[in-house]
Design a protein around this ligand. Structure first.
Ligand SMILES: CC(=O)N[C@H]1[C@@H](OP(=O)(O)OP(=O)(O)OC[C@H]2O[C@@H](n3ccc(=O)[nH]c3=O)[C@H](O)[C@@H]2O)O[C@H](CO)[C@@H](O)[C@@H]1O
Ligand SMILES: C=C(OP(=O)(O)O)C(=O)O
Length: 512
């Protein structure tokens, strides 16, 4: 079925290219990819995302390929009451870390139930462009990754790389494969300045030097340098810990990483590395001791765990719409503080006994929400590195606080911009006052009323607006939802299965 569809798309692209009089190499250059990737696409031998189709359409200025592409928008009819049950997908953040980590392994990696989200698609495009074979094995999202003997970094799909921040996690694995290389600057949510300096500090003891020039990180590796002392991270960041772990995995010796993040995606990475034969002590703590293996060549199969941020999003959907739903496969240990705080605010729910995730490690529960009357918490809500309230879950408390009686202060000390985007909720009737770029005061409850909003360039605030739209009276339009698709698989469709009325649409050609 899928290959049929890919072949038809491939044929359309080939015809449009020929119509333009271009060679595959010319189109490849325009797309910052390799001629062989274009050849694979045209023959229907490569998965291709809507994003990529849109980029090809733009490059070829082709009405055929542009048809149906362009930004996607959502039309929401509310207010909605949800019912039924929904399963949490595996996490974006473990998914992207594991895709990068698969570069450590010369053998075949199979990742189970990977969320089919745009962030993963971008990384797959990057991996394919440098010669890695990747293939979805089935509709369940099982993904096969086979690296080549030699990577073709010169052919890297720079446009795809720049759309994700995760490409920064290529540094750890690549420094063992290449003496020197170029990586495009990392993108991701626009949350203000996000430094990469902690990554460079963490990797320097392994001999990595990086100079940032004209849109690229220029990396070179001094092979005679190796960590003489424990590596002390200057901040307990998730991706920086993952980079240090990946560098340590192929390092012939023992590395100690202190002030490590013990967050969910880091744990998933540790469990995967264990399957590669890398021994890690201290998983779930802030000191990780890694016994690396200089050559890893094994066929592995790993099932990353469920996404605590998606679980929180679904609980917030139930709370803001006053609905009873069952959220299945909630990774409870990464949501305990959020739930404790919600309980304090008056949220009532039932939880099933714990059971193990497919990785055999992460503890899951099913949560059934009850209609609850919430009141504002006495203290401000602020995030902390795990085991604190998750930084990415903080925005959901904005929409929850807006349904609660009283004033709630949210303090996002982490990001420069993210709290500012929450003020968009005022357009749907919430009282959200920006006290400074990091703090908002929210006064509830809210009489939500529908309107049209363009997604802010940040995933979680965009989802928060969508959830408020479910509760809003009348029709709302949420424009340009790529940012949501970066991190959620079919969110609108899955909410519809719970009874939401969300229609996905694109602008007709010629309209703005
Ligand atoms: C792909 C991925 O996994 N992305 C997650 C990862 O991004 P990532 O690891 O890239 O997060 P950043 O490096 O951007 O760190 C987030 C912010 O926290 C600050 N900071 C972090 C830790 C600390 O101890 N002190 C400190 O100041 C950083 O300076 C930065 O401003 O972690 C973020 C914070 O959990 C999450 O929002 C992202 O979803
Ligand atoms: C900030 C986030 O993602 P990223 O690190 O991919 O920009 C997020 O997941 O909310």
């Amino acid at each position: 079925m899928e290959s049929d569809y890919l072949k038809r798309i491939g044929a359309l692209i080939r015809d449009a290219r020929k119509h333009r009089g271009w060679t595959q190499a010319q189109l490849a250059e325009e797309l910052s990819t390799s001629q062989s990737a274009v050849n694979r696409i045209e023959r229907g031998h490569q998965n291709i995302s809507l994003e990529m189709i849109a980029r090809i359409g733009e490059a070829l200025d082709s009405p055929i390929v542009q048809l149906g592409a362009g930004p996607t928008h959502l039309r929401v009819t509310g207010p909605t009451t949800l019912s039924g049950s929904i399963e949490v997908k595996t996490s974006k953040n473990a998914g992207v870390a594991l895709l990068c980590a698969s570069l450590l392994n010369r053998g075949r990696t199979v990742l189970r139930r990977v969320a089919r989200i745009e962030e993963v698609n971008r990384l797959l495009e990057v991996l394919q462009s440098i010669g890695v074979q990747t293939r979805w094995l089935n509709d369940a999202g099982d993904l096969e990754i086979i690296p080549p003997a030699q990577l073709d970094l010169g052919a890297i799909d720079a446009a795809a790389a720049r759309r994700t921040r995760s490409v920064i996690m290529f540094l750890g694995p690549l420094m063992h494969r290449e003496g020197s290389f170029l990586l495009p600057y990392a993108g991701g949510c626009d949350l203000g300045k996000r430094t990469v300096e902690p990554h460079l500090t963490a990797l320097r003891p392994f001999g990595l030097e990086v100079v940032a020039t004209d849109g690229h990180y220029r990396a070179s590796v001094h092979e005679d340098v190796s960590p003489a002392r424990p590596i002390v991270l200057t901040e307990r960041g998730d991706t920086v810990t993952e980079n240090a772990l990946m560098a340590a995995a192929l390092h012939d010796g023992t590395t100690v990483i202190r002030n490590a993040s013990s967050n969910y995606m880091v744990q998933d990475l540790c469990f995967y590395l264990d399957k590669l034969g890398v021994k890690i002590d201290g998983v779930g703590t802030t000191t990780l001791t890694v016994i690396g293996r200089p050559d890893i060549d094994v066929d592995v199969d790993y099932a990353p765990s469920e996404d605590p941020i998606e679980a929180m999003s679904l609980l917030a959907a139930a709370i803001v719409t006053g609905s009873q739903i069952t959220v299945r496969r909630v990774p409870i240990e990464f949501l305990e503080i959020e739930l404790a705080l919600l309980e304090e605010m008056g949220f009532r729910y039932d939880r099933s006994p714990e059971y193990a995730a497919a990785n055999g490690q992460t503890r899951l529960v099913d949560i059934t929400t009850q209609r609850s009357n919430l009141t504002a918490p006495l203290d401000k809500i602020h995030p902390m590195p795990f085991p604190g309230l998750n930084i990415d879950n903080l925005p959901f408390f904005a929409v929850i606080a807006a349904t609660a009686q009283g004033s709630t202060m949210l303090h996002d000390w982490v990001y420069e911009n993210r709290a500012i985007y929450l003020t968009e909720l005022t357009r749907l009737g919430a009282k959200v006052q920006l006290l400074d770029p990091h703090r908002v005061m929210i006064e509830g409850p809210t009489h939500w009323s529908g309107t049209e909003i363009v997604c802010p360039p940040a995933l979680r605030p965009a989802v928060v607006i969508l959830l408020a739209m479910l509760a809003s009276k009348g029709t709302s339009v949420l424009r340009s939802v790529y940012v949501i698709d970066r991190g959620y698989e079919d969110l609108a469709e899955r909410l519809n299965q719970l009874g939401a009325q969300i229609e996905t649409f694109r602008d007709a050609r010629g309209e703005i």
